[in-house]
Design a protein around this ligand. Structure first.
Ligand SMILES: NC(=O)C1=CN([C@@H]2O[C@H](COP(=O)(O)OP(=O)(O)OC[C@H]3O[C@@H](n4cnc5c(N)ncnc54)[C@H](OP(=O)(O)O)[C@@H]3O)[C@@H](O)[C@H]2O)C=CC1
Ligand SMILES: O=C(O)CCC(=O)C(=O)O
Length: 484
């Protein structure tokens, strides 16, 4: 590749799209800086990638799991050698701070190593047969070709946490990354290329969601599609794949609550609210967005939250002093401004921020102040819809029962957190909260790669990613009955 101008990676070769057109990626911290370019691919590019993945599948699945694992270990080592460059590209392409980008790349390395080891673990069970002379067992087998459609907010970790399990269990893949993270994702694919994966096992096709993403969903030779992104797109992918009998997995939005009980450690709760709510500029599906506080400590908590939020440094993610970077794109910037206007219009009280930041070095970026609304009620748009920006909504309750009821009063159910020392409250929270990730005295974000990840309600398609849970999606099962 020349610099950051990337072609598609199909059948083990970097290839220009039939369209002859490219899509440029610009830096959200400085919209005049072009970070790189990727191909604006066509349906025929996608067809070629799927055909390559299909023809590579048999030889790949015939390898021993340990051999497939060696390719993943190799990819991990190469990613590690390129950590600095990949993290820098991520910060420049989608704006998260460099330490966060490095942390995410490190997580990518760990995910690859975790699934590399999976090649040596059990892929079935022996089940006693009613026939004493027979051996009966289950055996996990790959599904075939997997389409991987990923968002821009974790352009390294999300492609890897989908590709690594798909590959180790013997599937071949076609990755369609979000256009706003496609240069970073191409650099990850370069690591897979250098790791020497057989041609056609790993394919990368960039381009618009409505052509390449939808094309993957519709493609008869793509047996399964794994997606992370918005609810509208996810639901549409689910319908398309289901209609043709394929398998799908959707990880979508969140509207995550953090409950602060009157016995909470206020300092720890404030730190967790800011970290969970505003790190990555609020652009995580696990971000805290609704801050539900018991009335007896409400004012004390609010004052401390606002005080600490005022200390947040906003700037270019490449600057060492930056705590919070810009919104990832102009579209995201406009969405956040729309929700802030909506919050004011519907009667919430703006107690911090709410404005664009345009002074000095910030003038060419998509910067928004850390924003806090008070007096938010559950019927307001900002209490119901995913904002994906640095906006917190404070909500007051009298009891923990009320808090949990309020927390559940949204269509989403991804992550939820409570700060309390009261064991009864903790137990009822674990029992009654409608969320896939239940976190106690800890922020709502923070996913561990070895544990199941996914949500309830509209946040996911009931499936779980990561850890051992990934096996469920990326394999199917044979039950073997063997009699001599
Ligand atoms: N759960 C999460 O982690 C995420 C949630 N979101 C939520 O979604 C909102 C919008 O973000 P956005 O980036 O537009 O999310 P999208 O859901 O549009 O994008 C996610 C992925 O889907 C692709 N895609 C877009 N349209 C289609 C389609 N019709 N068929 C198949 N694939 C498609 C995108 O490609 P392309 O980039 O080329 O459009 C991208 O690769 C955010 O504000 C946030 O609320 C966003 C990202 C992650
Ligand atoms: O919190 C995390 O680390 C993961 C978040 C995530 O999966 C997402 O935002 O899409």
């Amino acid at each position: 590749m020349s610099g950051n101008a990337f072609l598609n990676y199909i059948g083990g070769e970097w290839k220009a799209s039939a369209s002859g057109e490219v899509l440029e990626s610009s830096n959200p911290a400085n919209k005049n800086e072009v970070v790189g370019s990727v191909q604006k691919s066509t349906k025929s590019d996608l067809d070629e990638a799927v055909a390559q993945a299909k023809s590579a599948q048999k030889a790949w699945r015939k390898l021993a799991g340990a051999e497939r694992g060696n390719y993943l270990y190799q990819a991990a080592a190469i990613l590690e050698e390129n950590l600095e460059e990949i993290a820098t590209t991520m910060t420049k392409e989608m704006g998260k701070s460099l330490p966060e980008a490095k942390g995410e790349t490190t997580r990518g390395i760990q995910i690859l190593k975790y699934y590399a080891g999976e090649g040596m673990r059990s892929d079935g069970d022996v089940i006693p047969s009613t026939d004493a002379g027979a051996l009966m067992f289950s055996k996990r087998v790959p599904i075939g070709v997997v389409g991987v459609i990923t968002p821009w907010n974790f352009p390294v970790a999300i492609p890897i946490w989908k590709m690594a399990p798909a590959l180790i269990y013997g599937n071949t893949i076609v990755l369609k990354p979000a256009t706003e993270g496609a240069v970073t994702a191409a650099k990850v694919i370069e690591c897979f290329e250098k790791a020497g994966f057989p041609a056609g096992v790993v394919n990368y096709v960039s381009g618009s969601g409505s052509v390449i993403g939808q094309g993957l969903a519709e493609h008869a030779d793509v047996h399964a599609v794994t997606f992370t992104g918005s609810n509208n797109v996810g639901k549409s992918i689910g319908k398309i794949v289901a209609a043709r009998g394929g398998k799908y997995q959707l990880e979508m939005g969140g509207k995550n609550p953090i409950i602060i009980a009157e016995d909470a450690d206020i300092e720890a709760a404030v730190d967790a609210t800011l970290s969970g709510g505003l790190k990555s500029t609020g652009q995580k599906c696990t971000c805290s967005s609704r801050v539900i506080v018991q009335s007896s400590i409400y004012d004390q908590f609010k004052e401390r939250l606002i005080g600490k939020a005022k200390e947040i440094t906003v700037g270019d993610g490449m600057d060492a002093s930056t705590w919070m970077g810009p919104c990832a794109s102009e579209g995201q910037f406009n969405t956040v401004k729309h929700y802030i206007a909506k919050g004011k219009e519907e009667g919430a009280t703006l107690v911090l921020g709410g404005n664009e930041l345009t002074d000095g070095k910030l003038k060419d970026g998509y910067y928004i102040e850390p924003t806090i609304f008070d007096d938010v009620t559950t019927n307001m748009t900002i209490a119901q819809e995913e904002i994906f920006g640095p906006v917190l909504s404070l909500m007051k309750v009298d009891t923990i029962e009320d808090a949990i009821e309020l927390a559940n009063d949204v269509e989403f159910g991804l992550s939820a957190s409570i700060f309390t020392k009261n064991i009864d409250h903790i137990l009822s929270f674990i029992d009654d909260i409608e969320a896939g990730l239940v976190r106690i005295n800890s922020e709502t974000a923070g996913v561990e790669l070895q544990a199941p990840f996914g949500g309830m309600k509209a946040s996911s398609s009931y499936s779980r990613e990561q850890g051992q849970a990934a096996k469920e999606f990326f394999t199917t099962m044979k039950t073997v009955f063997l009699k001599g």
